[in-house]
Ligand binder design. Structure first.
Ligand code: APR
Length: 176
């Protein structure tokens, strides 16, 4: 199940098709499912994922946090359901909450012995977070996490279209 990934991989694709140890869902506070990444994960993963969130996290998940379930029919061990912020104007703690959603997901992956994880661009769809700052936060959070943690966790960002991929490539070049 573990993929041999370079430290940060940027690919265009569909998060549901990844074979990393964990994939990350762009979920909502109620863990109630929805469209975008969330809809695709529940559609391909089957009903057991929702059953598990309802059983283990009936109270949902706070914005900026994440919870973990198994992955149903998906080719991964775990789904980490991360709740990013809804963008309003950037002055409502959106950067801190987005950073926290990524960081909590990374911590959950390492505490479950994952060696590889795939993320979508959390909050950049229905939640309206501007892509450029969201890409910087995603990449910097991972790089900071790696500095502070010895865990051998490789990361892949799975970006849905070429425009999002290019934005992440530019942001990565500026980070490193
Ligand atoms: N694989 C990878 N990326 C995808 C996929 C997919 N299958 N589908 C959509 N995306 C991209 C979008 O283009 C966007 O860049 O993922 C990013 C996040 O978009 P959303 O899924 O809309 O997530 P988000 O912005 O965090 O909004 C969360 O949407 O459906 C709901 O229940 C979900 O209420 C929550 C909200």
């Amino acid at each position: 199940m573990t993929s041999q990934l370079t430290p940060i991989q940027l690919v265009q694709g569909d998060i549901t098709q990844q074979t990393t140890d964990a994939i990350v869902n762009a979920a909502n506070c109620r863990l109630s499912g929805g469209g975008g990444v969330d809809g695709a994960i529940h559609r391909f993963g089957g009903p057991t994922i929702k059953q598990e969130t309802q059983r283990h996290y009936p109270q949902g998940c706070q914005t900026g946090s994440a919870v973990i379930t198994t992955a149903g029919h998906l080719s991964t061990k775990y789904v980490i359901h991360a709740v990013g912020p809804i963008w309003t104007d950037g002055y409502h703690c959106e950067p801190e909450l987005l950073r926290s959603a990524y960081r909590t997901s990374l911590v959950l992956a390492t505490t479950h012995d994952c060696q590889s994880i795939a993320f979508p661009a959390i909050s950049t769809g229905a939640y309206g977070y501007p892509l450029q700052p969201a890409a910087h936060i995603a990449l910097e959070t991972y790089l900071n996490f790696k500095i502070r943690n010895d865990a051998p966790l490789s990361i892949r960002f799975v970006l849905y279209n070429i425009g999002i991929l290019k934005t992440f490539e530019t942001a990565l070049a500026q980070c490193t």
